[in-house]
Design a protein around this ligand. Structure first.
Ligand code: NAD
Length: 322
């Protein structure tokens, strides 16, 4: 049986990863500053630890020699609004977490270490540009501080890997969505925000969208993400690897898709807000060499995610009216 440590296990992606690792028969310890919000963890053990403090990273990895693999997904992160308004917290907290985690991994003789990076390491693109390969992260010009910190943390992990013989695997995630992801409060990503807005709006109503809705993104469904992480960890790919869905859509198209799934017609009101890059369009050739391919189109994923968010909206309404 493999013993696995998953950080950020109270959050969206790592919570789903824990479920997957349990299905594979692993013994799993989850660590976070909070428990999962929407359903109980399946982890064998769950520790509340603040990983900005290296003594807590050591506690997470104890006893020495116990863990075969570490999946490090803990991060102070959120949607575009959060990324633009909390620059200092994002840089400070994540630098502490990422540095301390890899230092503790070296001290504890961890052999396999996965780090979740982001498509935010890439520069702004124009919508008609060719897909970027992983090497296009340099010369570096991320659009936001979250991306700069991720790029630094990638390098930190790789440097420790070289010095201490740790097998490092790094994924650069596109936007991920699915049930049990943040859907309100500012940390939610665009698909969850659109699902919430449309669930809260009557048929024929109006929703507000930041910017003119022309920004291009791709969104990967959580089940595809988890499968890709496992394929990457099992592979020989020892340099940062993009994981995304090659379906590029504008924010306006995303609204149309959610409206279709919800069976509602909505009007869009464009307002000022942090839009982020105009386009982000990166290639998945490297992860495809593992045989992985996304199975869910954006609308397939929304057909599962929208009813879950609609239910959360109803539950929240009932709680308020009680
Ligand atoms: P999430 O916010 O749901 O999960 C992150 C978890 O980290 C949270 O539960 C949070 O409480 C925990 N955390 C924050 N500070 C901590 C601390 N000091 N100590 C311990 N735990 C702490 O985010 P997610 O969407 O599940 O993202 C997981 C990883 O993937 C993150 O590293 C994120 O940067 C990366 N990523 C996510 C996306 C996406 O679309 N969701 C895209 C690119 C990269």
């Amino acid at each position: 049986m493999r013993n696995i440590l998953v950080t950020g296990a109270g959050g969206f992606i790592a919570h789903h990863l824990v479920k997957r690792l349990k299905k594979e028969g692993c013994w799993v310890r989850g660590v976070d500053i909070k428990y999962p919000e929407f359903s109980g963890t399946l982890a064998d053990e769950f520790k509340i630890l603040d990983l900005r403090d290296i003594s807590n990273c050591r506690a997470a990895m104890s006893p020495k020699g116990h863990f075969d693999e570490v999946y490090h997904l803990a991060a102070d992160m959120g949607g575009m609004g959060f990324i633009h308004s909390a620059e200092c917290e994002i840089m400070r907290n994540n630098v502490f977490i990422d540095n301390n985690m890899i230092c503790a991994a070296a001290e504890f003789g961890i052999k396999n270490y996965f780090f979740s990076s982001s498509a935010c390491v890439y520069r702004d693109m124009s919508p008609d540009e060719q897909e970027l390969g992983e090497e296009a992260a340099y010369p570096a010009m991320p659009d936001n501080e979250y991306g700069w910190e991720k790029l630094y943390a990638e390098r930190m992990a790789l440097a420790y890997g070289r010095r201490y013989g740790i097998r490092i695997r790094i994924a650069r995630f596109q936007n991920c969505f699915g049930p049990e992801g943040a859907w309100r409060g500012g940390r939610e990503k665009a698909p969850a925000a659109m699902c919430r807005k449309i669930a809260q709006t009557e048929n024929g109503g109006t929703i507000e969208i930041w910017g003119d809705g022309s920004a291009i993104r791709s969104y990967i469904y959580i089940e595809d993400m988890i499968e890709a992480i496992r394929c990457l960890v099992l592979s020989d790919l020892d340099t940062p690897t993009n994981i995304g869905n090659p379906e590029y859509i504008s924010v306006n198209q995303l609204v149309d898709m959610v409206s279709e799934v919800a069976g509602k017609k909505v009007q869009i009101k464009n307002i000022e807000g942090p839009v982020g890059v105009r386009a982000r369009n990166f290639g998945n050739c490297r992860i495809y060499t593992t045989g992985w391919r996304p199975k869910f189109s954006t609308i397939d994923g929304l057909r599962i995610t929208y009813p879950w968010i609609e239910e959360q909206v109803k539950l929240a309404k009932r709680t308020v009216s009680r």
